[in-house]
Design a protein around this ligand. Sequence first.
Ligand SMILES: [Zn+2]
Length: 278
Amino acid sequence: MKRCIAGVLLLSFLGCAGTACASGQKLIALTFDDGPRPYILYGYTQPGQKPTPGLLDLLDREHVKATFFVMGWRLTPGTYGDRREFRTDKTCLDAARDLFRRGHEIEDHTFSHVQFKLFEKQHGPGSAVADVDRASELIKGVTGHRAEFVRPPNWITWDALNRQLEGRGYRVLSISSEIPLPMRDVNSADYLCAGARPVNCPKPSLNAFVLQQIERREKQGVLAHVLVFHELSTTVVALQTLIPELKARGYRFVTMQEYVRLIGPPAPVKRAASKTGG
Ligand SMILES: [Zn+2]
C-alpha cells in the first residue's frame, strides 16, 4: 500500500497527468535538430565508399513520423533555402517541403542558431524572440503554420525569455531538471559520434547510450520520451537498428504535437521533479 501511494506521488511529481501516462502507452517523439540537410535526408554516395542511407526513406520504411527542428536560415528563399546542397540536387527548401509532405513536423530551432545570451548582448533585448519569430515565419512559408515548439540552441535560455516566448504561443523545450520528465528532452549525444574519429562517442555505442537513458526513465515510471538527435549520417546509420529495437520494446513513434496531445498537460507540482534526477 505504502509503495502504491509512493508510486502515485512519484507519477504526479514527474508530470504524468495525461492519457498516455494513464494508459501506460509507450511513446517516442523522435526529433532532429540543425537541418534541413538534403544530403542527410536523401543520402549520398561517394566514390569508393558505401552509400550513406537517406533519413527520409528510413523513416518511411519504418512508418515513423518525426519532428525536425530546423534552422530558419536554411529556409530563406533566394539564398540558402534555394541553394543546391553539395552531394545532392535538392535545395533545403525542396527538402523542407518534401519532409512536410511526407507527414513529418517542422519546428523552430531559431533562425541564426546562436547562443541566446550572447545574441541578446550583441543585438539587444528582444533580439532572441525576434530570431525565433523569423524562423517561425519561414516555417509558415513551408507548412502554412507558425511553429508551435522552440528548442533553443544548446538549450540555453532563461525564465524571462521563456515567458516571452510562451506569451507568443511557443512551447519551449528544455533539458532542465525542473521540467517534468516526460517533457524533458533526452540528449542522445549523437553529435559526439559524428566525424571520422569520434573519440567521445558514448561507449559501447550511441544506441546503447540512448537505451540506457530510456531504461533509467522507465524505472522512474516514465514511458514517454522526447529523443534529441541531429541530421548526421552516423545518426541515420544508428537509427537503422535503434528504431526497430524501440518498436520491439513496445514504443510507438509520434510527432511533437501528437506527443503533447497524448501525454496531456503537465502536473501542477513542477519543482519536485528536480529531486528525482535523470
Ligand atoms: Zn542545434
